[in-house]
Design a protein around this ligand. Structure first.
Ligand code: PLP
Length: 400
């Protein structure tokens, strides 16, 4: 990892490890209890306790929400049933007919939701290339209710300068939202860079063990947080207590996991970049990456997603993924285990082919979620996969 990246703050590492520890339960338990109860008894007539019904509030879920809010430097967090639930709740802050400016290469599920709202006339949505400064300036010159940022983007890891876009967007009165799923607060804190709201799929790095689907929203201001909490309860999108318990458990090892993920990803990206049948590698930690300088400035780590394009399109991808032993062919990312995905047929298949082409998602693109296995095993597995992919290339392509 580059030496010039900012270091983890010691207090953030400690806060993460101690999330929910000694929470004040009367038993003195060190690890917080799991409150599965759907409902809580009133003390007496019209005498409600702190909690009455788990959709509206739950002690286990609140511990996770408080920990995430603290780590993102927010004024309040809401834990939702999935990342898409978090995105939906935040979308409800936009009035009917209001305008959202979003990246043309955002997560496929976000694209599908925003596009459905647009087609039903519920929101105006403009998808733009956030890598094109003049397109961003033009889009933000007109009033918008919300500007949606995803950085690094999925799967091409385009980096958006959060502070610069937030300043322009807020000048026009828009709420600035950052989907921070790919980095987590361990590697990036958008609220400190001028964003109003952070959303997460906690399914990914925050839980880190691929055994929970969950989400979270953290707001910089209390008033915005209250609105998010109101909509989450109203729509019934809050997270389940057991999922919150597991996520809180996973969260405590976040920094230890991120260190390992980041080291593995950087080494593999550098190695992949010099392999002969790899056309291009996208990883913000490579100096060849267009967003490398911004990433170095605004992130504390370059992430653990590495995207590559193989020579040979579909057939080469098929040969590459068939036979991998350390990378499971599966959607999702951010777990301790390594995964491989083919965006065109998996994560981004809900985008129509023209939208995919516009976003640069070719058939030969492969996304790796680099886990924390031994680096030598991961590299050996990829070396065998590249040899298989090369074997299906026509001879002319090999000699070119
Ligand atoms: N945001 C990003 C960047 C994602 O990658 C994903 C899922 O992959 C989501 C949001 C949606 O999260 P979930 O699958 O937890 O609903």
């Amino acid at each position: 990892m580059s030496k010039s990246l900012a270091k983890d703050s010691a207090s953030q590492v400690t806060q993460t490890v101690r999330a929910g520890i000694e929470c004040g339960d009367p038993t003195g338990c060190v690890v917080p209890p799991l409150h599965l109860s759907a409902t809580f008894a009133f003390r007496g007539f019209a005498d409600k306790r702190a909690y009455d019904y788990t959709r509206s509030g739950n002690p286990t879920r609140d511990l996770l929400a408080e920990a995430l809010s603290e780590l993102e430097r927010g004024e309040g967090g809401v834990v939702t049933a999935s990342g898409m639930a978090a995105i939906t709740v935040v979308g409800y802050l936009v009035p009917v007919g209001g305008r959202i400016v979003a990246p043309h290469d955002c997560y496929g599920g976000t694209y599908r939701l925003f596009e459905a709202w647009r087609q039903r006339g519920e929101r105006q949505v403009e998808f733009i290339d956030f890598g094109d400064e003049s397109a961003v300036r033009a889009a933000l010159a007109r009033p918008a209710a919300m500007v949606w940022i995803e950085t690094p983007s999925n799967p091409l890891l385009r980096i958006t300068d959060i502070a610069a876009v937030a300043a322009q967007a807020r000048a026009g009165g828009a709420l600035v939202v950052v989907d921070n799923t790919f980095l987590s607060p361990g590697w990036q804190q958008p609220l400190t860079l001028g964003a109003d709201i952070v959303v997460h799929s906690t399914t990914k790095y925050l839980n880190g063990h691929s055994d929970v689907v969950g989400g979270a929203v953290v707001a910089r201001d209390r008033a915005v947080h209250e609105q998010v909490a109101w909509w989450a309860n109203c729509l019934g999108l809050t997270g389940a207590p057991f999922d919150s318990y597991l996520t809180l458990r996973g969260l405590r090892t976040l920094h230890a996991r991120l260190d390992h993920h980041g080291r593995n990803a950087q080494s593999l990206a550098e190695w992949l970049e010099v392999q002969s049948n790899v056309r291009q590698v996208w990883y913000p930690g490579l100096s060849s990456h267009t967003g490398h300088d911004i990433a170095r400035r605004q992130q504390r780590g370059y992430g653990a997603i590495v995207t590559l394009e193989l020579d040979g399109g579909h057939e080469a991808v098929r040969a590459f993924v068939s036979g991998l032993t350390c990378f499971s062919l599966a959607e999702s990312l951010g777990g301790v285990e390594s995964l491989v995905a083919h965006p065109a047929t998996m994560t981004h298949s809900s985008m129509d082919p023209q939208a995919r082409t516009r976003a640069g998602l070719t058939d030969g693109l492969i996304r790796l979620s680099v886990g924390i296995e031994a680096l030598e095993d991961l590299r050996a597995d990829l070396a065998r996969a590249l040899a298989r992919a090369a074997s299906v290339l026509p001879r002319t392509a090999l000699s070119a």
